[in-house]
Ligand binder design. Structure first.
Ligand code: PMP
Length: 361
């Protein structure tokens, strides 16, 4: 036992448990537990990854200028107001480290992404959970939850694990309703899947205290490489860059992300397939008596009668090689979060759930 104790609050952090990827004794496994792109990264990204190997002896760029320029060009954003990180997880850490500390409060929604809590506690701050309305972000509750200690408010839109989305009017109301010295983080990990949504970029331009975070892990199929980014006011980007490690992204990460973001045709096709299969999955489950909220993401949250039924269905799916996500740690024990797979995977899920239902009578 080392004689030094960690900082207060660290031992209160519950370890993050990632999506399972193996089932003992089952070979033909489809992983639908981490909201990954079933088609993988763009072939252009794979080529860029391979080509980057020859540069492995060179330190990477410290300022990520080329990747920021590519992201800026594609999204119509000022590259000077973009920062890149090791997944959006790292950006969430930067925000908490930079703006929250002991005695400060960090607001997150009832079923919000677990990293907000972990990261706030790691910074010594106190995460504060705000209730939702039927699994949808409640902007009035968030505004009412602010105290003079609040420094940051995190919402994911669409939200993980609920898949629910709030529109322009609610987002604007939230930005307007928060004090100017509170940072509102609009986590857009799934923003691309919500048709017509800009991830909150226009609000960032309007409100200096709004930050948008994005990722290459979901739609872009690069979760294994860990690349995320944020768009914010210049002053915020300047603050975050001061605590960013100079070589936080490798040559391979930078090259892959740049190629991926430029391949718009590939992305458009992934989005089309996601929309088609998401509708099929949700409707198919509803036909089997398993409802879900409207999802604007690449997963759906299937609601069972109770926790026991959700668990039994999860085990049944596993026996068929289908790995989905239990969300008991999000206080949704009666639900299973199912990533939208390709057509064959959705067929397998629907067939398996139909058999599960038939077996239980
Ligand atoms: N935000 C949300 C809402 C997420 O679901 C995730 C991934 N599960 C992340 C952020 C972090 O993603 P990454 O670090 O891979 O960019």
């Amino acid at each position: 036992m080392p004689r030094i104790a960690p900082q207060p609050g660290i031992m209160d952090i519950a370890l993050y448990v990632g999506g399972q990827s193996r089932v003992e004794g089952v070979d033909d496994v489809v992983k639908l537990s981490s909201n990954e792109n079933p088609f993988g990264p763009s072939p252009a990204a794979i080529e860029a990854i391979a080509a980057s190997a020859a540069q492995a002896h060179r330190y990477p760029s410290t300022d990520h200028a080329e990747l920021r320029a590519a992201i800026g060009a594609v999204h119509g954003l000022d590259p000077e107001r973009i920062i890149c990180g090791v997944g959006s997880d790292e950006i969430i850490h930067f925000l908490n480290q930079a703006y929250a500390g002991p005695g400060d409060e960090v607001l997150h929604t009832e079923h919000g992404f677990s990293m907000y809590k972990i990261s706030a506690k790691a910074a010594g701050a106190t995460p504060v959970e705000v209730p939702e309305r039927e699994r949808v972000t409640d902007v009035e509750a968030l505004i009412a939850g602010v105290t003079e200690r609040t420094r940051l408010v995190f919402i994911a839109n669409p939200n993980n694990p609920t898949g629910t989305f709030i529109g322009e009017q609610d987002l604007r109301r939230l930005a307007e309703g928060l004090p100017e010295d509170v940072i509102l983080v609009l986590d857009g990990a799934y923003a691309e899947f919500a048709e017509g949504y800009d991830g909150g970029a226009a609000l960032v331009d309007e409100f200096p205290n709004v930050v948008m975070t994005r990722t290459f892990s979901k739609l872009y199929g690069l979760g294994g490489l860990r690349i995320g980014w944020a768009y914010a006011a210049r002053e915020v980007i300047d603050v975050l860059n001061r605590i960013r490690g100079p070589f936080n992204l490798s040559n391979t990460q930078l090259a892959a992300a740049e190629a991926a973001v430029r391949d718009r045709a590939y992305i458009a096709n992934c989005l089309r397939q996601n929309a088609t299969q998401r509708a099929r999955l949700a409707q198919g489950l509803a036909d089997l008596g398993i409802p879900s909220d409207r999802s604007d993401a690449n997963f759906i949250l299937a609601r069972f009668t109770d926790a026991a039924e959700a668990e039994a269905c999860d085990l049944f799916l596993q026996s068929r090689g289908l790995i989905v996500r239990r969300v008991g740690s999000y206080n949704l024990p009666q639900c299973l979060r199912i990533t939208v797979g390709d057509e064959a995977a959705v067929t397998r899920v629907l067939d398996a759930v139909a058999d599960f239902r038939a077996e239980r009578g």
